[in-house]
Structure formats: structure tokens, C-alpha cells
Write a protein that binds this ligand. Structure first.
Ligand code: PPS
Length: 380
């Protein structure tokens, strides 16, 4: 059911993606010793195209030999599997044309003269998103999207398409076919939190449209990591303890190879995005304020999108049972609605000493993030 939090597509087949993803380490000038790693284990998959290239590296001699067709079939199958495994990519609204290089016009998503895909039924056109919620996982991305959907000038995809991380081979025509129809002046949006930590995502999104507006919901990286772990635990009850995963050998240094830790290195991920987009294309939303003052944060997002502030405090109430703000009326309904059980899960208890160690670990990254964004998120 599109639009329901339960409809979100979550990670899968990570091993294959990880195996295919290329390694791109690069040193951080301001934090010597830390490397930028691919996010293969974090739900941030290095897209199949890159994977295909990695898998093919060094195979030049073989490709010219008699096994070349077999190898090509294997590579094509691998790339196909990355996007075709059940539950990984949402079905297209209708069969799209095979992937083709987009024209300048089709990239823009704003239909400057050239026709969009023909309208089969309903009104409006399916367009590329002009704005994306690109992260972060467990930041509050679902809440933000559901709040924004109340705005009449926003049409958003309910599920996470994972196009720029997992399904890129399906092509831009396929991606656009997933989008809801919009009338002129309406904004198309989608959210996939793993984009923020996907090495290839900024370049790919820039290729779709360099005008794309990018929204990042950030939350204290320590709480975020614990929230991430709570989600993992709900899916895999026998998981090792938080301590065992977050610290090497349970006692040693913080393990940045663990996705729940690595996702919180916001400054490091942002650095990759800033190679493709100027800072003015970003809006950073505080996950904490989204809970304490949802109308205020959604107000900032509406301003950023150039929309009238239609969603205001009159749309929210605080649900004491849930412990979160909820909507007085959900989109397309006259009834109140809170997010589902997967949002606002109880967190496992993590000893205070470990929390402190993680806070200390993240402090320089947080400071760098505040410095780049010009916003103090108050995590330290
Ligand atoms: N209004 C409202 N209702 C419920 N939950 C809310 C709300 N606003 C923000 N949050 C916080 O959103 C956290 C989940 O973040 P995401 O939606 O980004 O998670 S996901 O990456 O899509 O799985 C979720 O994290 P946990 O509390 O750890 O479950 C919530 O804290």
C-alpha cells in the first residue's frame, strides 16, 4: 500500500552488491587516518552499474576469449539480479521503455517544451522528482514525507524506490514511471534514506537534474545508531550486542566498518555530495526538532521548496501513547494518524559509558558538519 510506512522497501541481497561494489578509499584531510569506505553493509548499495564495472575489471583478456559470451551473460544476470530480487525494486506503474540516455529536456523533470511520457489515464504527467529526501536512515525521513504530503502542491511516492542506489540499471524512464502524476506547479518527491551514504548517488542525481533540491533529515548520530540497531534487532533477534558491533572486539576503538556507526559520519558523506551540488541545494532538517516542533521544521521545508506554508501547527497533535507528533488528519482521510510501529520503537538500553564514548567519537565529525552546514544541531 503506497503511502503506508509498512510499504517501505528495505535492504536485501547486500552480499551480492557488496561483492560487486568498487572500493574507493580516500583520506580525509581534516581527520587523518579515517578512510571513506563504500557503504555496502549499510543499506547503501553501490548500484549495479558500478558493480558491473568492478566485476569486469581485469577481465579484458577473458572477454576476448571463447568464454566471453558466457561471462557477459553472467555479468548481465548479476546486474539484473541486483534490481530484480523480490521486494527490492517497486513495480513500474506500466512497462517503461528500455533505459535510454535522457535528453536534456527529459532530465529536467520540468518539461521545458518537450513532451513528457504520454498520459495514459488520470491527469497530469509523471515527472522526475524536483526534490528528494536523501537521508538519513532513522533520521525521521518517513515522518517528514508524510507531513509534506499534506501539502496540495506536493505529490510523493509512498515507497522507497531505491533507484539511485540499487535499481539504477532500470533507467530513468523506469524511475519516472514510478512517480505519481503531477499538474504544472506541483512538486514530485520521493525519499530513500540510503542515498545519502551511497557513493554514486550524487553523481547520478546530478545526471538526472542538477537543479534537484536535496533534503537531509539528520539526528544525533549516537541515537541514530541505536535506532538503527533496534531495527536490526527487530529483524534479527539473535544479533550480537550493540557493544560487540559498535566497538572492535567489544572493547576496542569504535568500529567504523559497522554501517550503524558509519552512516553517522555526516560530514564525510556530505563531502561527497558537495562535489556535485552546491550547499544552496541542500536543506538540513533536524530530526530532533521534527519531533519537538514538527510545524516549525516542515515550515522550513516548505520555504525551501518555494511553497506556501500550508502545513502548519494546526495539522499536528501530540499523541502521548505514541510519544510523537501525529497528524490530526492524514492525507486523503479525515481520521488522525500516527506513523506505524516501526517508527518510535523502544531502544535497547546501551550503557552510558558506551554512549559517552560514541559521543566523543562523533564530536569532531559533528563539529565539521555544523561548520559546513552553518547549523548547530546541538548534539554535543
Ligand atoms: N512523528 C513521528 N512519529 C514517529 N516517529 C518519528 C516521528 N518523527 C520523527 N520520528 C522518528 O523517525 C525515526 C525513523 O526514521 P526514518 O523514518 O527515517 O526511518 S527509516 O530510515 O525510514 O527506517 C524514528 O526513530 P525511532 O524512534 O528510533 O524508531 C522516530 O524517532
Amino acid at each position: 500500500a503506497a503511502g503506508h510506512p509498512g510499504a517501505e522497501q528495505k535492504s536485501g541481497a547486500r552480499g551480492l552488491s557488496a561483492a560487486l561494489a568498487g572500493m574507493r578509499p580516500s583520506l580525509w584531510p581534516w581527520l587523518p587516518g579515517l578512510q571513506r569506505d563504500p557503504m555496502a553493509g549499510s543499506g547503501a548499495l553501490g548500484g549495479g552499474a558500478g558493480g558491473g564495472q568492478s566485476a569486469g575489471t581485469g577481465q579484458g583478456a577473458t572477454l576476448r576469449g571463447p568464454r566471453a559470451p558466457l561471462l557477459l551473460v553472467v555479468l548481465a544476470l548479476g546486474a539484473y539480479c541486483l534490481c530484480a530480487l523480490p521486494g527490492r525494486c517497486p513495480p513500474a506503474a506500466r512497462a517503461p521503455a528500455p533505459s535510454a540516455a535522457p535528453t536534456e529536456q527529459s532530465r529536467s523533470g520540468r518539461r521545458p517544451g518537450a513532451p513528457d511520457l504520454p498520459v495514459a489515464s488520470g491527469s497530469g504527467h509523471r515527472r522526475f522528482p524536483q526534490a528528494l529526501i536523501v537521508g538519513v536512515k532513522k533520521g525521521g525521513t518517513r515522518a517528514l514525507l508524510e507531513f509534506l504530503r499534506l501539502h496540495p502542491d506536493i505529490r510523493a511516492l509512498g515507497s522507497e524506490p531505491h533507484f539511485f542506489d540499487r535499481c539504477y540499471e532500470r533507467g530513468l524512464a523506469w524511475y519516472r514511471s514510478l512517480m505519481p502524476r503531477t499538474l504544472d506547479g506541483q512538486i514530485t518527491m520521493e525519499k530513500t534514506p540510503s542515498y545519502f551514504v551511497t557513493q554514486e548517488a550524487p553523481c547520478r542525481i546530478h545526471g538526472m537534474s542538477p537543479d534537484t533540491k536535496l533534503i537531509v533529515v539528520v539526528r544525533n548520530p549516537v541515537t541514530r545508531a541505536i535506532s538503527d540497531y533496534a531495527q536490526m534487532l527487530s529483524k534479527t533477534p539473535g544479533l550480537p550486542s550493540f557493544r560487540a558491533l559498535a566497538f572492535r572486539h567489544g572493547l576496542g576503538p569504535v568500529d567504523t566498518a559497522w554501517s550503524a556507526v558509519r552512516i553517522g559520519l555526516y560530514a564525510q558523506h556530505l563531502d561527497n555530495w558537495l562535489r556535485y551540488f552546491p550547499l544552496s541545494h541542500f536543506l538540513f532538517v533536524s530530526g530532533e526538532r521534527l519531533v519537538s516542533d514538527p510545524a516549525g521544521e516542515v515550515g522550513r521545508v516548505q520555504d525551501f521548496l518555494g511553497l506556501k506554508r500550508v502545513v502548519t501547527d494546526k495539522h499536528f497533535y501530540f499523541n502521548a501513547t505514541k510519544g510523537f507528533p501525529c497528524l490530526k488528519k492524514a492525507q486523503g482521510s479525515s481520521r488522525p494518524r500516527c506513523l506505524g510501529k516501526s517508527k518510535g520503537r523502544p531502544h535497547p538500553r546501551v550503557p552510558w559509558a558506551l554512549v559517552q564514548r560514541l559521543q566523543d567519537f562523533y564530536r569532531p565529525f559533528n563539529r565539521k558538519f555544523y561548520q559546513i552546514t552553518g547549523q548547530d544541531f546541538g548534539w554535543d
